[in-house]
Every structure is written in C-alpha cells, then in structure tokens.
Write a new protein. Structure first.
Lengths: 375, 375
C-alpha cells in the first residue's frame, strides 16, 4: 500500500495525507533546500552542495508526481526536480518530527541517591575493549546517566589516556595530557591536598569546558577519600521545581570564573545552568572555588545570591548523592557538563593515587552512534 | 591622601564616597563572599575556600574601620573580620566596574575588506618563537581581529602541531591530530577536492567546536586557490543593523548540524549566532554543507529562512572579505568561533598542500594574559 493516501499542492506548499492518518504540510523552500539528489547533496557524506542563496527567494512548486515509494517535485523558477523517498520524507518532515537534542535533559535518565539500588552502571574494561555490545552499553550509561565505572583497568601510569583512545580523544590542558591526584607539597590547586572537596564540576573557567573527565585509581589504602557523584541535571530540575525564578536567574545570569597560577590565567564568562532554545538544561557548571569576583548590577546581585544559595543547598543534599570508594583498577568516566563530583577528606597515612584526564563529548557520542548504527 | 573621603554603613551595606567623586554601595553578603583573607581564599591561587552555604543567610555588617590603605569589616552573626585593600575594593566594586567578557564582540576590532590597507596582521615565526613582545602582539591580533599570519614556518609535515605547542594545546579529532588539505581521490569531505569553498567556519557539528584553526601551507604552485577570510562578528553586526528581527531569529533559534562518514557521526544543536546575557555576540557558526535537516515548527521555519538567507547574503559580500594567497611557509591562525574562511577553486595542475589542525581558545587567551602580566 502506498504510504500516501492523498496529496495536494499549490505554489507555496505540498500537503500530504499519510495512509496512517497523519498529515504534513511542507513549504516549497524547505523542500528545495532539503533536496537529496546528487546535484544537491554529496551522496557519500550527505554534505549539502548548494547555498541558500543559490535558491531563488520566490521558489515555488510547479508540479508533483507520486510514485510507489517516492514523490517527484518540480520547482519554479529554474525547473529543478527533486525526487524524495517517501519514507525519508515521513521521517524528516518537520510537522511530524521534532529535532533531537541528545545533550538535553529531556532524553536523559535523571537520578538521585537511591536510584542505583541494583548497582551502579559498571562494565569490565576487558569487555569494554573486546565486545561492541559492552562498549555500547557503557557509552549509553554515560549518555543516559552521565557516568560509568570501568573495572579491571591496569594500574599503570598513563593507562587513563589509553582508555580515552578507545572512544575519543584526549583534551590536553595546562595540567598536561593527564594529571596526578595525590597529596602534594605546596599544591597550586586544592584538589592536590587531602582535604575534602565539595560537589563541583571541573574547569568552569575554561571555555570550552572539557566535556568528559576520567579518574583512574592506581592506589587506595587511605582511610576516607570516598567519591561522591551527583546528577547536576537533577539538581537543576529540583531547583526549577522548587523555585522557577531561581532557576531562571541562574540560566540567564552569566558570571565569571577564573583560575590562575604561575603558568596559566584561565577565565570564562558563562552561566551556572545553560539551557537551549526550548529552555531545556543542556549543561551545568558549579565550582565555588573558582567563581571570580561577581560584578553584577546591584539589583541583579540581590536576586542572584538567593538563587545561588538555593542551588548550592540542593548540591549539598546527601539524598541526591551517591557515595562509593574507588579501588585500585577502577576508573570513573563522567560527563563534566552534567555530573558533579566530590571527595571526602582522607587520612595522611596510606596512599591514594588517581590519574585524571579530560576528553570531549563529541568523540564519545560519535563512537556511540557508530555502535548503535551496527544494530 | 586616603582614597576614601567618607564612608557609612548599616547592617545591609557599606557606602563609600571615594576621594575622586565616585561612590560605591556594597552589600554585606557580597563583601563576606569576596573576603580576601587567607581563611577565605587560598593566597597562592586565589581559590575560594568557603561555600556560599557557609555564610549565614542573614549576614550583616557589625562594624567598619578605615585605615590608610585598607578597610576592616566585622560581620555578624559569626564575628568574622575581613580586611580589604582599598585599591582592590575600588577595582573590583560592582558599582564601578563591569565584568569583562573577552570573547564578546564589544572588546574586538571588527573589520571588513578595506580594513587592512596597511597590511594584514602578520609576524615572523622566528620572532614569534624568540621574542615575547612579538608573540604578545601576534596573540593580541587573534584576540582583537580573530587572526594572524605567521611567516617563515618550516615547510615540514607536522610543523603545525609544533606551532600550537608554542601557545596552547592540540585538539585532536576524528580527522587526526592534523589533517591534510589537498586533492584526494574519493574524498569524504569537500575540503579535500580542488573545488572552491564558500565562507564557512569549521566543524559546527562538533560540540564543543574547536576554537582555533591553523592552516600551514607547505606547497603552493597551482593557479587559483586564494584564501578568503571574513569577520563573522562584523557580519552578525551588519545583520543586526540591517534587520534586528533577523539577527534575533538567528540568535534564538537552535538548529542541528551533522557530519557523518564511515568512521564518525558528529551532531550538534546550536544557534548560528551565540550571544551572552547582554545580547553581545560571543560566537558564530556557519557552514551550509553540514546543516542537518531543519525540523523547526512551521511558523518558525517561515521566519527563519529569510533571516538565514539574509545572513548568507552578507557572508557572500566581497566588500566584507579579504583575499590573499598563502605561499609555502605561511601559516594562518584564526579564531574558528569568529572568522570565516573560504578558498577559491584551483587548477588541477601544480600542487597545493596545506596541513591543518585545531586548538582551543582557552590556551591561547591564557598564554596572552601571562604575556600581558609581564608588562
């Protein structure tokens, strides 16, 4: 049966009634712009070969012919013809499909402290390397929950970089390709002491912020030093539910972050909570240590502080956090635009040695899509 | 003479009349939050040691004492005392200072095709490596104009990566640490043909987008193949001046970009023009080849297309572009969130070989700030 039950057109638009009862009304310019023919699109990589300015501003539909699996549209002026596969048109029609945003909170599984009573998202590193289905489910956990734990990673220095190369690329920074997390004499960053650290995201003073962080545990014999993770999208969602004005304030007020030491001076101006054009959360930042001097107008400042305090209070709620202790050979891989991390203070005796590194989300999402396309 | 001519306070705020006639009114909570004492801030790296939730919500000022170069504030409840350097307070007071945003159009030198009649921003690579003042002025050109040309870079493969290491870090992607730009058999990307390419920014389908691009010319004996650069901030500014509704449409409508080949599937959802909370342009994207299917609501789409066409028309105006031919040993370094590039078609005879690579803006800006701090 033809998937189209009826169609009609005029110069401006094509109307399609689909056999399943849905209908589409497609503008002539959109149709011409989305022509899938080899003269308009490179068939190998899908790149568009024409510019919007190549299309006449008064482009219209001159004729339409329906076939079993395709529809042929003749345009005027110019006489260009486009043949559209009906299934493509149905799948891509803007009346019936909304564009996906896989960084948005809407497609994610938001979680709190009790969400993982059946265990944390976890994968053996051997399986991650050897079996596509395990790699796929581990990367899906990062997409959906914002983190995954890998077990059985060799306790060798630099191994964290080899893990990144399995799904993406290392983002080198002024801290090096990787950084050591252990107690240092005269540390330039509080991370390199044995103090506890509150829930934070790394490097908000960096634009672009690294989208992924890995922490690989090579040694762990101290008392304390437990890791804490918290879903920043859930925290933002909680803030919005408890006080929409506070939420809006943190989305639409940009503030400055800064980190400087003897070799770097990193600054950014960004909001705590970044939303897309549909007001959906796509990125969060929080790091009390590196918020630079607030130079907001006095009235804004008066409204900003209660919103900031409210958000900070949510980020301290133990009910929203998961706590676990990384053991030697474990690695946590988490979305640094979503999942906050913290650690409890640890004893001066025994040793604790992690190696950390950054990567970007584009590589991981691309690897995941390639694995999903194999299904 | 004391820089403060008069001060007064109540529980909520401190009022300062400065000797030069300016005045500040500083909220108690801001003062406590910005305490510069070693118990509140790490003196070595400036990191804040307290959380906003550590400060009582009803914090107030109990007493204030003025000294020659500092002011001592006692807070209540809690009794914490903060001594502020008067110069620091003056320089950081939110009444008298607006937070800087060095990515925003406001601090930049916008340019068009006739702006560089005295020559393009240019630096010998030998001086760039050897002399801080030359490196500083070259990096300033990238900050202010969005690009600089380096002359006399060794025509050796991989040299482009060594150039990056002089000011920042390589952003490796699925194209590798660097990519070759020359005519290929069966290219997966139009960049690797001898066709002309319209003005575009690279990789809008990547989130985060690489902030810097380098193109290093190793061979150039073809006819044609001239490079074109265009200031995207100027183009956005022109669009805003010619039609504020079109400008707003492109700032507040997010669209999808995509690139896929046999090894990667990269997608993003972002606007053409990104503005900060003050509606200042901070980032632009444009690449007709990789705009994914537009699935906007029908009404939005109807308004979006004229704005998109208008912007594309501005990006084709020769009056806004500079044209030059890269010769062997030249390298262009440009801000890929601001400066569009294009190239003219070139002959099949002769050879043209560029090597390109990406980096991020954070490293370059940090290096520049360190060089400026030496002044």
């Amino acid at each position: 049966m033809n998937p189209v039950s009826h169609f009609s057109f005029d110069r401006e638009k094509l109307h399609i009634d689909w056999a399943d009862g849905a209908s589409s009304e497609l503008q002539a310019l959109w149709l011409r712009d989305h022509c899938q023919m080899p003269s308009s699109r490179n068939p190998d990589n899908g790149q568009r070969l024409l510019n919007i300015t190549d299309i006449p501003a008064d482009i219209g539909i001159a004729d339409v012919k329906l076939d079993d699996a395709s529809i042929l549209i003749e345009f005027t002026p110019g006489g260009h013809s486009s043949e559209f596969d009906l299934q493509w048109l149905r799948d891509n029609c803007y009346c019936l499909n909304r564009q996906d945003d896989d960084r948005s909170e809407t497609g994610k599984q938001l979680w709190h402290g009790e969400s993982f009573s059946d265990g944390l998202p976890r994968c053996s590193y051997r399986d991650f390397c050897g079996l596509a289905e395990h790699r796929r489910s581990a990367l899906r956990a990062v997409r959906d929950y914002g983190f995954v734990l890998l077990d059985g990673v060799d306790c060798k220095p630099g191994e964290v970089l080899r893990v990144i190369n399995r799904f993406g690329f290392v983002r080198e920074t002024n801290y090096g390709p990787l950084f050591e997390v252990r107690t240092k004499v005269n540390p330039t960053n509080l991370a390199f002491t044995n103090l506890g650290l509150g829930c934070h995201l790394d490097n908000p003073y960096r634009d672009p912020v690294p989208g992924l962080q890995l922490l690989h545990c090579l040694e762990s014999s101290t008392t304390g030093g437990e890791s804490i993770l918290q879903d920043g999208f859930m925290a933002a969602s909680t803030l919005r539910a408890e006080n929409p004005e506070h939420f809006a304030m943190l989305c639409h007020t940009w503030i400055n972050f800064r980190f400087h030491d003897g070799s770097a001076d990193l600054r950014s101006r960004v909001p705590f909570i970044e939303v897309n054009d549909r007001e959906e959360v796509v990125k969060v930042r929080f790091n009390n240590r590196s918020i630079d001097t607030l130079k907001l107008p006095a009235d804004t400042l008066r409204q900003f502080y209660p919103a900031y305090r409210h958000y900070a209070e949510i980020l301290e709620r133990a009910s929203q956090q998961i706590v676990f202790k990384l053991t030697a050979g474990e690695l946590m891989l988490f979305d640094n635009t979503r999942v906050l991390h913290a650690r409890r203070a640890y004893s001066a005796s025994g040793s604790r040695h992690l190696q950390g590194a950054y990567s970007d989300l584009d590589g991981l999402y691309s690897s995941l899509r390639m694995l999903e396309a194999e299904l």
